[in-house]
Design a protein around this ligand. Structure first.
Ligand SMILES: NC(=O)c1ccc[n+]([C@@H]2O[C@H](COP(=O)([O-])OP(=O)(O)OC[C@H]3O[C@@H](n4cnc5c(N)ncnc54)[C@H](OP(=O)(O)O)[C@@H]3O)[C@@H](O)[C@H]2O)c1
Length: 325
């Protein structure tokens, strides 16, 4: 179905003198022609082309669209400009539907509110979790109360950071991811909380000394993680999607940027190691391990992108663990 671009045509006299493009959009799977756009300005962005496509296909709002140069290739970024792409004046793009989308903020809020509430249900020993005689009783071990404070602090911090600190570059993610992510966070929170708050829970073997050390590690890493999030936020002016090389700031917690590309993950790992030491609980150790594996995969990907994007990227940095990984 042909669709036109009146807004782009009004962009100015200079642009009117330029040679316009014809853009055809094919289905990446079937190769059927979905849309033909004529007189598209050379400086039109992929974001603008998505908006034009949306007009003729209202069910595919821009965040749902993946526009590619090759049916199996990478999605083009919204900021990419038509005349800078390797296409002729008749450009062919391929479209894939990314499925229903949900905002990142909603995703994070759902993911993080779950563990917070679930943990507290176990902490307060609401009925139907442990034997009825334990309903609404409290643990006699002070480490159980401390662990609850630390766990809650961690997720409240994450919620507040999601709302007030992070400047995300993508507005949305596929709706189906939320089920996967919530199963992960909510499931682990329930499993850990069940054992830590269990009436038969036994405190750490080295007692108070072990708990104090664990608390110091936990708090140190929480503050470190927060410092990195602030440093990353300050790299990106409000409303932009700029990515820069992060460098150490005046805050000593950020000096780890000298050696690591994703120190927020390093500190996150440290926090969970601290929590494992504090609770001496196997499910917590398992959650720490799985989180570490996942964050290592992400950190390696981000490290690779930094190397690809910035020629002057500091060579001493490792993805997540200094000199090791
Ligand atoms: N326990 C676990 O299993 C686990 C797993 C994952 C995350 N987490 C926690 O959740 C936090 C957030 O995770 P995340 O994966 O979203 O972290 P992230 O990718 O490092 O991003 C944090 C924020 O900084 C921005 N950012 C990153 N690098 C940037 C750069 N070079 N220039 C400008 N802005 C940049 C990101 O924007 P973009 O939107 O552009 O990415 C995002 O808004 C982590 O730090 C960690 O504390 C925990």
């Amino acid at each position: 179905m042909p669709c036109h671009s009146p807004s782009l045509l009004r962009k100015g006299v200079q642009a009117a003198k330029m040679k316009h493009y014809e853009v055809e959009i094919l289905d990446a799977k079937t190769k059927d022609k979905l849309c033909f756009l004529d007189k598209v300005e050379p400086n039109a962005t992929i974001g603008e082309i998505k908006s034009m496509f949306h007009k003729s296909h209202p069910q595919f709002y821009p965040a749902r669209q993946s526009i590619r140069l090759d049916p199996k290739g990478k999605s083009l970024k919204d900021e990419e400009v038509l005349q800078h792409l390797p296409v002729g004046t008749t450009a062919t793009f391929y479209f894939r539907d990314l499925g229903a989308q949900i905002s990142w903020v909603t995703v994070f809020l759902t993911e993080y509110t779950g563990p917070l509430v679930i943990y507290l249900l176990f902490y307060f020993r609401v009925p139907f979790i442990y034997a009825p005689k334990y309903d609404f009783t409290t643990s006699k071990h002070w480490v159980v109360h401390l662990a609850c404070m630390c766990h809650s602090f961690h997720y409240v911090k994450r919620l507040l950071e999601t709302l007030f600190v992070h400047r995300f570059s993508h507005g949305t993610m596929p709706l189906r991811n939320i089920f996967k992510n919530c199963t992960y966070y909510w499931g682990f929170a329930a499993w850990m909380a069940y054992y830590i708050n269990h009436p038969l829970y036994t405190p750490p073997i080295y007692g108070e000394q072990q708990i104090r050390l664990a608390l110091i590690i936990f708090l140190f890493c929480q503050f470190g993680n927060f410092s990195i999030h602030i440093a990353l936020r300050n790299l990106r002016p409000p409303g932009s999607k700029t990515r820069k090389i992060p460098y150490p700031t005046k805050n000593p917690f950020t000096w780890i940027f000298l050696l690591v590309s994703c120190p927020n993950y390093t500190y996150e790992l440290g926090s969970w190691l601290g929590f494992t030491l504090m609770t001496q609980c196997l499910p917590v150790a398992f959650f720490t391990l799985v989180g570490f594996i996942q964050m290592t995969v992400w950190a390696k990907g981000k490290h690779r992108s930094y190397l690809k994007e910035f020629r002057d990227y500091p060579p001493l940095r490792s993805p997540i663990l200094p000199f090791v990984l």
